[in-house]
Design a protein around this ligand. Structure first.
Ligand SMILES: [Zn+2]
Length: 309
């Protein structure tokens, strides 16, 4: 059974440097039902879309924090009972052919049309779907390595747009930064606090691990990854505090992935509240076996997108 995700209003925000408009769909509530949870702390949930906190301006190319940007206005959503959904395809990933096949299967479009669509990412890949159809398509695309999310269309069931300034409607959505952009933003000094710096470092870590969330993609040790990616994880591992159990687990996981097993094990001996202790035990077992690979947490099962009863 899938529980409901309640989107908030769509916000229209301005780039602090050049005032170009961007759209941002806020979320009133969501949940992590059916989520995939990974040892590196990343949670992939169809019911809790991952909204970027930082983005890059589509006009001037500058980085800016979404929550600090000036809100120019908000676009009201259609009433809930008339909701239709669209699926945003953000990144195609390495398995392009499979992504195309899934899109074609869904839309019955020709090869040329789907190819043209993929060339324009981030792009709306499907529109006017029920919430369930949209979720299925998102899961199906995520399964073959694409980055996709669903969102409620700002129109009623008849496709009539609620009245808003056309330049608001034309504004592109904020998008996630790539691993290189996250590290560039960090180097450019956009982080004004530890929280912002650690957000950038953790996002870059997760982005570097992204390929290995696919089945059958062999793990590449951190020693063999790009020096700046490795340096980022090292800096994070050394700087994460241990006072908070979540930070402590992230720190231990960073050590484990970096093959600094003894440091991971020492941290994971800390007494933790029950929820965290289970994860700590799992990480410790891996560290003791000298396993550095990213893993799904044992409470998580891989699942196929399927119809809920
Ligand atoms: Zn700008």
């Amino acid at each position: 059974m899938l529980e409901e995700m309640i989107p908030g209003p769509e916000l229209v925000i301005a780039c602090p440097a050049c005032r170009a408009l961007h759209r941002y769909d806020s979320l009133r509530s969501g949940n992590t039902f059916g989520a995939w949870r990974w040892t590196d702390g990343r949670v992939v949930s169809p019911m809790l879309p991952d909204r970027p906190s930082i983005t890059r301006c589509h006009q001037c190319g500058g980085f800016f924090w979404v929550y600090r940007a000036e809100e120019v206005g908000s676009i009201e959503n259609a009433p809930l009972d008339k909701s239709v959904y669209e699926v945003l395809l953000e990144q195609v990933g390495a398995r392009r052919v499979e992504v195309m096949a899934r899109l074609r299967e869904h839309s019955k479009q020709g090869l040329a049309e789907v190819k043209a669509l993929l060339a324009r990412t981030p792009v709306v890949a499907a529109r006017n779907l029920s919430e369930h159809e949209a979720q299925r398509l998102v899961l199906s695309l995520q399964e073959v390595g694409a980055s996709a999310s669903l969102r409620r269309q700002v129109s009623d069931a008849e496709g009539t747009f609620v009245e808003t300034p056309p330049e608001w409607m034309a504004a592109p959505y904020v998008t996630h930064l790539t691993e290189q952009e996250l590290l560039a933003a960090l180097a450019a000094g956009v982080a004004e606090s530890w929280e912002e710096a650690s957000y950038l470092r953790i996002q870059a870590w997760w982005a570097s691990n992204e390929p290995f969330r696919q089945q059958d993609v062999p793990w590449v040790p951190w020693a063999e990854r790009a020096p700046e990616a490795r340096e980022n994880l090292r800096a994070l591992a050394d700087r994460l505090p241990v006072e908070d159990p979540f930070d402590l687990l992230m720190k231990a996981e960073a050590f484990r992935e970096l093959e600094r097993f003894e440091e991971a094990i020492a941290l994971l001996r800390t007494r933790l509240p029950e929820d965290f202790a289970r994860t700590a035990g799992f990480l410790r077992e891996l560290a003791e076996q000298r396993i550095a690979e990213l893993r799904l947490l044992p409470s998580t099962e891989r699942r196929e997108p399927e119809r809920s009863p």
